[in-house]
Write a protein that binds this ligand. Structure first.
Ligand SMILES: [Ca+2]
Length: 274
C-alpha cells in the first residue's frame, strides 16, 4: 500500500508533465504558422511510375517532349519517358571551377531550357541556358545575388522569370527576360513557405512544390502573391520539381511532379460541382 501511495503521485506528475509539454508544443506551432488555406481544388493522383535515378531534381514539358534535370544531368524524352538525348556534363567548366554543382527544377520557354544552378557555398545562384533541341549549353549564364536557387519558372505572358530561396520563403524574386534578366521588385507572398523545391506557372498562377510537412503543393496568384490553395500529397518522399500540362489522356492528368526516390506522379483534380 505504501508503495502504491508513492507511485500514484508520480504517475500524476509524469502525466501532467507530458500533457503540459504537448500543450506548449501545439501552442508554439499554432502561433508559429497560420493554417494553410484548405484545398478547394481536390487534387488526386491519376498515375505514377518509376523513372531513372538520374532524373531526381526537375521537370519541364514543351507540349511534345519531357525534360528532366538531375544535380549534374539533363535529358529529353518522349512522352513514354524513353530518352531522346541526354547531357551528362551540363554545367559549363567555367562555372564548375567556381563550385557550381547542383541543378534544380528547370523550365522550358521558346526553345530554351532555363536551369537554376547553385554553387556549394550558396553564394550566387545562376541561371544557365541550354538549347532544348539538343540540350547543349547556349553560352549564356546569368549570375544573381540569390543564395539558394532551387527552381525557376517563366511566365510566357510577361516573359518574367521567377525564382526563390529554399527555406523561409517570404517573397519570390522576379527577373525580366526582355531586359537581359534585370531583377525587378520582389513579389511578397501572403504566407511563408518552407523548403521550396519546384515551381511552374500556368494561366497566371504559380504551382509550387515544397518538401515541407505533408509534401504540399501550393497555388499562388502571380499578381498578388496570395497563397490561394494548398494540398498535401503525403507521398512519403522528398518532393522535387514540377510542371503543368493538361493532357487529354486522363491517366496523365494536369500536374506532373517528381520525388527524390525517382518516381513521376501525374495529378488531376475533381472539377467543382455546379
Ligand atoms: Ca519545372
Amino acid at each position: 500500500m505504501a508503495q502504491n501511495r508513492k507511485i500514484t503521485p508520480l504517475i500524476v506528475a509524469v502525466t501532467c508533465l507530458i500533457l503540459g509539454a504537448w500543450l506548449a508544443y501545439s501552442a508554439f506551432y499554432t502561433g508559429l504558422e497560420k493554417p494553410y488555406p484548405p484545398s478547394a481544388t481536390g487534387w488526386y493522383e491519376a498515375s505514377r511510375r518509376p523513372i531513372s535515378r538520374l532524373w531526381g531534381q526537375g521537370i519541364a514539358f514543351d507540349g511534345v517532349y519531357w525534360y528532366f534535370s538531375g544535380r549534374q544531368y539533363l535529358c529529353k524524352t518522349y512522352l513514354n519517358y524513353s530518352i531522346i538525348i541526354e547531357n551528362r556534363n551540363p554545367i559549363p567548366e567555367e562555372l564548375k571551377k567556381q563550385g557550381y554543382d547542383h541543378i534544380g527544377d528547370i523550365d522550358y520557354f521558346e526553345g530554351i531550357i532555363y536551369a537554376p544552378v547553385e554553387d556549394y557555398r550558396y553564394k550566387n545562384g545562376t541561371f544557365v541556358l541550354y538549347f532544348a533541341e539538343n540540350l547543349t549549353y547556349t553560352g549564356k549564364y546569368i549570375k544573381t545575388s540569390q543564395s539558394h536557387m532551387p527552381w525557376c519558372a517563366i511566365d510566357p505572358e510577361t516573359q518574367l522569370l521567377y525564382s526563390s530561396e529554399f527555406d523561409n520563403v517570404r517573397s519570390l524574386y522576379v527577373y525580366d527576360l526582355k531586359k537581359d534578366f534585370r531583377r525587378l521588385k520582389d513579389l511578397p507572398l501572403s504566407q511563408t513557405l518552407h523548403r521550396v523545391q519546384g515551381g511552374t506557372i500556368h494561366n497566371g498562377l504559380f504551382y509550387l512544390s515544397c518538401d515541407d510537412f505533408g509534401e504540399l503543393l501550393y497555388i499562388v496568384d502571380i499578381k498578388t502573391g496570395k497563397v490561394l490553395d494548398s494540398s498535401a500529397t503525403n507521398i512519403g518522399w522528398e518532393m522535387e520539381g514540377l510542371t503543368i500540362y493538361r493532357f487529354e489522356n486522363a491517366s496523365l492528368g494536369i500536374l506532373h511532379f517528381i520525388d527524390h526516390v525517382k518516381n513521376i506522379y501525374h495529378y488531376s483534380f475533381k472539377e467543382a460541382a455546379g
